[in-house]
Design a protein around this ligand. Structure first.
Ligand code: NAP
Length: 280
């Protein structure tokens, strides 16, 4: 494989608003490496053909996003321990002998964005793919109790049943409409698409008034990064709480993927500036 010019990509559908090309091009620049990163909007049925294209054209690897993070598993030759544990892959490395190795760097992105924080009691809204990475990330951060608020508690119970954690975290499933007090929570995480630019932009998973019940040290964390400040984050900020959007998680998962493909950890500050310029 010609490693003087790196080729990477992302598969998913839709990809119109993905800023991964921006952050990965910035990573290439900061690492002083030549290469390109492209979007490939493919359906589930097109994945095998896309993989052949990557192999035939000497790609070093690719990212996988909604809705293919589970589907990709069946095409991999190897899956690393973290990705196996979580059952989802967002980064694939293509080795010199054209083998596909799957990783999950979303977990790293999440805990990396919070590693200075001490979190014992957490609350999360939503129980989809991103929530799963958050649960494993919270385990690494030392969380002891996690309340999972969902609109569909049956689905959330199944989500909890399938989680195999190393440590003992008390996992409680609760109906979303019962989330009305935050006094015992160190962090409240939105892991739903509510607040995202487009049809969901004016929506929040909670009534902003509940932030008044939080301790002043509580973190309001939104996995959504576009817009950079959602209604959910604005409401938290208005109550004097610390807020974090999903951009750091996105950048850090991308930086880890870049390191897996190239062996070089890129400059995350430069990646963040490039991403922010695209989002504002
Ligand atoms: P997903 O698998 O589709 O899960 C979405 C979750 O949100 C589900 O539990 C869903 O509930 C819930 N939900 C959707 N609409 C809702 C509503 N109106 N009220 C209450 N709950 C609702 O999606 P995902 O992959 O987990 O992604 C979730 C969000 O995280 C997206 O905005 C995504 O862009 C973001 N994300 C960010 C990063 C990052 O690096 N910052 C990484 C991954 C994902 P049901 O199960 O009942 O449908």
């Amino acid at each position: 494989m010609n490693n003087d010019f790196f080729k990477f990509g992302i598969i998913g559908n839709p990809l119109l608003h993905s800023i991964s090309p921006t952050i990965q091009r910035s990573a290439l620049l900061s690492a002083n490496l030549n290469g390109r990163y492209e979007k490939f909007e493919v359906s589930k049925e097109d994945i095998p053909r896309q993989i052949e294209f990557f192999k035939d054209n000497d790609f070093s690897g690719f990212n996988v996003t909604i809705p293919h993070k589970l589907e990709i598993l069946k095409y991999l030759d190897e899956t690393d321990e973290t990705a196996k544990k979580i059952g989802a892959v967002n980064t694939v490395k293509i080795t010199d002998d054209k083998k596909l190795v799957g990783y999950n760097t979303d977990i790293y992105g999440f805990y990396g964005s919070l590693k200075e924080e001490s979190i014992s009691n957490a609350s999360i809204i939503g129980c989809g793919g991103a929530a799963l990475a958050v649960v494993f990330g919270l385990e690494i951060l030392g969380c002891k109790k996690l309340d999972i608020y969902a609109r569909n508690t049956q689905k959330a119970q199944l989500f909890v049943k399938n989680i195999k954690l190393k440590t003992k975290i008390q996992l409680n499933v609760k109906p979303l409409e019962t989330l009305d007090n935050l006094e015992n929570t160190d962090i409240l995480i939105n892991a739903t698409p509510l607040g995202t630019k487009g049809i969901n932009e004016e929506k929040s998973p909670v009534d902003g008034n509940i932030f008044a019940s939080a301790q002043k040290s509580m973190i309001v964390y939104d996995l959504v990064y576009n817009p950079l400040e959602t209604i959910f984050l604005k409401a938290g900020k208005n109550c004097g709480l610390k807020t974090t959007n999903g951009l750091d998680m996105l950048i850090l998962q991308g930086a880890k993927a870049f390191e897996i493909w190239t062996g070089t950890y890129p400059n995350v500050e430069k990646m963040k500036i490039a991403a922010t310029n695209e989002l504002i």
